[in-house]
Design a protein around this ligand. Structure first.
Ligand SMILES: NC(=O)c1ccc[n+]([C@@H]2O[C@H](COP(=O)([O-])OP(=O)(O)OC[C@H]3O[C@@H](n4cnc5c(N)ncnc54)[C@H](OP(=O)(O)O)[C@@H]3O)[C@@H](O)[C@H]2O)c1
Length: 432
């Protein structure tokens, strides 16, 4: 094992597993001549012969066989292949082989993180995963170390750069969802299959990690309710503006008063323009944590891309080099928690109707029956009566009640398109 020799730091050998977007950026950083004591020793990738590049020193071993990495003298394995398996199994086996591990893999950490951290603790090895949440934003280290003295009770985030890029494009030029998606794909921000981004699965995994690390609440990732940004239209930004808001895909987890459980969700929300969430531009991410004593702390930066993500990976490697091979036993209280879906917020409902008299009266009658109070009715001029958009906002209520009312309203025959519903992040409560 390398690290400390006669009081000075010797080499820390790094085996890179996965030589794609993130892996190549990590390799570039490690080969830039200024990273001592970190030294790239192995690159492992399936059919690795396609991957060999001339800027990696000849001392580095290229292999397609992960067993070579396990048998090697590498001190740290960097897992950047992605996906649940074989990544999860390889991380476990690397730890059992006495190696520390750095991973950028949100799926593995969200679904298997607790078991893998247990294995790491048993082996007294490091398992660091800064890059798994919000890419280049050092949120994991910040909540674990910098805010360890507080009792965090809420996490709010714009955790998916693809969604944020698309929503800010729709807002800036009123382009359609499809056009924004096409642009995001052309710019390399969105995959050919954008499901995990736009429907919330990507942010769901990150939120589960933040809930465990930040709130000390371990929740089953799949139980966090998701709502897609697909129904958001350019016209929603016009109405959001009138309400002093914009629209973001918001990931939100909050400890319920006095209990172990949390409310959590990933969904499009109206956020006040004054909120740090509204200031996430393009593919940026924002994370706001709210502590019982320190109040709100906000972090903003690039949540994806090879280089920002490699910054997080290499920062983890440097932390391991500083700490030495034996991981200190961390004390973190983490309880198993259940996810409660409902939380109170003002609600935004956008209808596109074939206009006729009596529509507002029909809506008001449904809201009244569900005990919901209308706060405002907004209608922009100059839309055709055959597809007329207008908005109703409701005073704060549970999302369950809003959904139940909407289910009834959807049955009316005056809709030109299905209604769209989004909670409005309360102004002044947590975001001034
Ligand atoms: N890209 C980002 O901006 C970003 C940001 C934060 C976190 N992350 C995380 O970082 C990880 C890597 O992402 P990425 O964007 O670098 O992915 P990527 O570009 O697809 O790279 C993955 C690399 O791993 C290789 N690989 C995949 N499965 C393998 C297997 N079973 N055995 C051996 N090699 C395998 C791939 O080989 P092939 O070339 O043959 O496919 C590819 O070279 C993921 O967990 C991702 O969620 C990425």
């Amino acid at each position: 094992m390398a690290f400390f020799l006669n009081g000075s730091i010797s080499l820390v050998r790094v085996a890179l597993v996965g030589f794609g977007t993130v892996g190549q950026s990590v390799a570039r950083f490690l080969c830039d001549g200024a990273r001592r004591p970190l030294a790239l020793s192995h690159v492992c990738n399936r059919r690795v012969e396609r991957k060999v590049v001339d800027w990696v020193p000849p001392t580095v071993t290229w292999t397609s066989d992960f067993e070579d990495v396990l048998r090697s003298d590498a001190d740290v394995v960097v897992e950047v292949i992605g996906g649940l398996e074989p990544a999860g199994d390889w991380i476990r086996r690397a730890l059992e082989a006495g190696k520390s591990v750095v991973t950028a893999n949100k799926q593995v950490m969200a679904h298997m993180g607790s078991d893998l951290l247990q294995t790491a603790a048993e082996q007294e090895r490091h398992l660091l995963f800064e890059a798994a949440v919000a890419g280049g934003i050092p949120i994991i280290r910040s909540v674990r170390e910098g805010l360890a003295g507080d009792r965090l009770r809420r996490v709010l985030g714009v955790l998916n750069g693809t969604c944020n890029y698309m929503l800010t494009r729709m807002e800036a030029d009123r382009v359609s969802f499809d056009e924004a998606l096409r642009e995001a794909q052309e710019c390399g921000y969105a995959e050919a299959d954008p499901t995990a981004d736009v429907d919330g699965g990507d942010a769901q995994a990150k939120l589960a990690i933040l809930s465990a690390v930040g709130l000390g609440r371990r929740i089953a990732t799949g139980t966090i309710p998701l709502r897609s940004i697909r129904p958001v239209e350019a016209v929603d930004f016009t109405y959001a503006r009138r309400l002093g808001c914009t629209i973001r895909q918001v990931s939100r987890a909050e400890v319920l008063d006095g209990g172990a459980d949390v409310t959590a969700s990933v969904q499009p929300m109206l956020v006040p323009l004054t909120s740090p969430l509204a200031r996430a531009e393009g593919s940026q991410n924002v994370v706001i944590v709210d502590g019982a004593y320190g109040g709100e702390t906000a972090f903003r930066g690039f949540g994806a891309g090879g280089e920002p993500t490699a910054v997080a990976v290499v920062s983890d490697l440097e932390a391991i080099a500083r700490a030495g091979p034996i991981a200190p036993r961390r004390w973190q209280r983490t309880e198993d928690a259940r996810v409660a879906v409902d939380f109170e917020a003002p609600q935004y409902m956008r209808f596109v109707i074939v206009d006729r008299p009596g529509i507002i009266a029909s809506l008001a009658e449904v809201f009244l029956r569900h005990g919901l109070n209308i706060d405002s009715v907004l209608q922009e001029p100059d839309w055709p009566k055959s597809a007329l958009p207008f908005v109703v906002t409701l005073e704060p209520c549970g999302s369950g009640a809003a959904q139940a009312a909407l289910a009834e309203i959807e049955a009316f025959d005056f809709h030109a398109r299905p209604p769209v519903w989004m909670p409005i992040l309360p102004r002044g409560e947590r975001c001034p």
